[in-house]
Ligand binder design. Structure first.
Ligand code: CA
Ligand code: CA
Length: 146
């Protein structure tokens, strides 16, 4: 049972942010991680709310991807905007979600996030390659709500 603050150490948090930065060097897509303590509704529904709260629906190519974690209950969802969602199969999101959850269950929270970020980044790169003068449309910092 991890609080939001205990889910990642300060160093791990830097590693996760770095993984996002590296992934975004290969794609115009935008990846964000959001942590909150508990999720009291279906996890995808909650992820969707957070997606809009973070203005992730505002990217030019609709290629934002949110990794949402409820740290105490270890609920996890990956939510891709229309642009990327219509390109990849439902299996991709399901497989990545399962992989992340498996890591979380083994207390490899940072590794679970980093691997997911890498996989999502590889997928984004296929459909949304990095373009010159790419803007960092969404912050790479981890957002949190308690
Ligand atoms: Ca970008
Ligand atoms: Ca970004």
């Amino acid at each position: 049972m991890d609080s939001v603050e205990a889910f990642l150490t300060a160093n791990e948090e830097l590693e996760v942010v770095n993984a996002i930065m590296l992934a975004e060097k290969t794609t115009s897509g935008e990846i964000r991680v959001h942590l909150e303590k508990t999720c009291t509704k279906p996890v995808l529904e909650r992820a969707k709310e957070v997606f809009y709260q973070l203005n992730m629906d505002k990217t030019q190519l609709q290629n934002g991807v949110l990794l949402y974690v409820a740290t105490e209950s270890k609920h996890f969802a990956i939510l891709g905007d229309k642009g990327i969602h219509e390109k990849v199969s439902e299996h991709f999101w399901q497989d990545e979600t399962a992989m992340a959850l498996q890591h979380f269950s083994q207390k490899q929270n940072a590794l679970g996030l980093i691997k997911t970020i890498e996989k999502v980044g590889e997928k984004l790169k296929v459909y949304f390659p990095y373009q010159r003068e790419d803007a960092d449309e969404l912050s790479n910092e981890i957002s949190k709500s308690l």
